[in-house]
Design a protein around this ligand. Structure first.
Ligand SMILES: [Zn+2]
Length: 69
């Protein structure tokens, strides 16, 4: 799975949080807006990683049924 810029199809780093290269992102949103979008996406990614981790742990703990009892 190779990420590509949705505008110019240039190859992107898989760790990249937005599917748009710097050149196109800045062209579309401007420097400040593009930076803000990337910051938001990075934060969302961090939260998502944490959430995925807790879900995996929760499957083993059966926390939900424990609360009902
Ligand atoms: Zn591009």
């Amino acid at each position: 799975m190779v990420k590509k810029c949705v505008y110019c199809s240039v190859g992107l780093d898989e760790e990249r949080v937005v599917d748009v290269c710097d050149k196109c992102g800045i062209g579309v949103w401007g420097v400040k807006m593009f930076q803000a979008i990337q910051d938001n996406m990075n934060n969302a990614k961090k939260v998502g990683d944490l959430y995925q981790g807790s879900v995996t742990e929760g499957q083993g703990n059966t926390d939900f049924s424990g609360r009902i009892i």
